[in-house]
Design a protein around this ligand. Structure first.
Ligand SMILES: [Zn+2]
Length: 399
């Protein structure tokens, strides 16, 4: 059983970081950019003392998770220290050592996620623009011109990501992010993007916390009470079909994915609310897409792989979203977690297609019309799943 004081001590000791310092002060000092932090903000950061984490944002997240989980699991969660680390590998880890329980999140992961969130935002605006135009003008020739512009807006970010991902794979390089964290290429969208990046961090933290809660890191794993909740979901036929052929390490990862989703959705021991569901859908999907794209883990199925592949992990997100939200009514603007799922499914299809067009000469990158078409198809499938009939494009499947 970990003890917070020991967990904290172990972290600062291992990384040789000053134990009284906020991560951001430490990091910007390391980069020689301390003067970039606004004076008023600096004071606040300097007065802050690490307790459960060396970073104020991560402290807030772990505090929230402690409140969200059943009382019986809290004693483990309370004793874990969450540390931000200035390391270049795109990863987060959970580990234990004699009376210490740790979660570490590499700062590079956050910079990488912020680039994918930026690309998602571009994708969202590009497709939405064209869809609205279709509704308004039908087959106006002006749409042709617009489609051309949107086509480049859809694909350019992927070319930039491809250039960057080679550097991202080099663990010696740490990109020096700015204090704004998210460098948005669309003015006015910084805050929305920032919220999504922080949701992705929350999902990653939840995944690592899940390894602790599920007893994956200790010998006596059968005792972990969180297992009951995960076992309940493993009884679902569709989830079981993906889970059962996995190797032991992949099974642990898959279980951690289940609990992470539930933690972010605030649905561990209650029915989640709509707002939390959006957070869970977008953050889990975005994180898996970013990981698959950078590490090219779309389709690998080596028997000794430590993690399930993208399709296995993504199908879990799809199924959990369906189980938890299919019965929810639409929101005030017609929104629904299943529609958000449709959006990220389309986005992942573009990402995957882009990758395939690079490894296979026969495949050309996705065009904007194909994307919009796919989007409509997903939209219809979504409507079916939430039990509505969608008048246009009735393909005779619903009755
Ligand atoms: Zn894991």
């Amino acid at each position: 059983m970990p003890i917070l004081r020991k967990s904290r001590g172990k972290f600062f000791n291992k990384h040789r970081m000053p134990a009284d310092r906020n991560f951001w002060i430490y990091y910007f000092e390391l980069l020689g950019k301390l003067e970039e932090i606004p004076e008023a903000h600096k004071q606040e950061l300097e007065n802050w003392r690490p307790e459960r984490s060396n970073c104020p944002e991560l402290t807030l997240m772990i505090d929230n998770f402690i409140k969200r989980i059943p009382i019986a699991w809290r004693d483990v969660a309370r004793e874990i220290f969450v540390g931000r680390v200035p390391a270049g590998e795109i990863q987060a880890t959970a580990w234990t050592e004699k009376h210490a329980g740790l979660i570490e999140l590499n700062v590079q992961f956050t910079w990488v996620l912020s680039a994918y969130v930026d690309t998602y935002d571009e994708f969202y605006f590009a497709t939405r623009g064209l869809i609205e135009e279709f509704y308004r003008n039908g087959s106006d020739p002006a749409i042709e011109a617009m489609a051309k512009t949107l086509q480049s807006r859809l694909l350019d970010p992927w070319d930039r990501l491809d250039e960057k991902k080679l550097a991202w794979r080099d663990p010696r390089l740490i990109e020096s992010g700015t204090l704004a964290l998210v460098q948005s290429s669309r003015p006015g969208r910084e805050e929305a993007r920032m919220i999504l990046v922080s949701a992705c961090e929350e999902y990653i933290l939840a995944h690592e916390l899940a390894h602790h809660l599920l007893g994956h890191l200790v010998k006596n794993r059968g005792k972990a009470r969180a297992r009951e909740v995960v076992n309940g979901y493993l009884r679902d036929d569709e989830i079981w079909k993906v889970y059962s052929p996995l190797n032991k390490s992949q099974k642990d990862e898959f279980e951690a994915d289940i609990l992470a989703y539930l933690l972010v959705a605030n649905g561990v021991d209650r029915a989640p609310e709509q707002g939390y569901m959006y957070r869970a859908v977008l953050s889990s999907a975005m994180t898996q897409i970013a990981l698959a794209h950078v590490k090219e883990g779309w389709v690998y199925d080596a028997p000794d792989a430590t993690h399930p592949n993208f399709f296995q992990r993504f199908s879990l997100i799809q199924r959990l979203t369906e189980i938890l939200s299919a019965g929810m009514p639409r929101g005030v603007i017609g929104d629904h977690p299943m529609s958000a799922l449709g959006q990220v499914e389309t986005f992942s299809a573009v990402a995957l297609h882009h990758w395939r067009s690079q490894v296979d000469n026969e495949v050309s990158p996705a065009g904007i019309y194909e994307v919009v078409d796919l989007f409509f198809k997903r939209f219809q499938a979504t409507s079916r799943k939430i039990g509505e009939s969608y008048p246009e494009g009735d393909d005779g499947e619903f009755d």
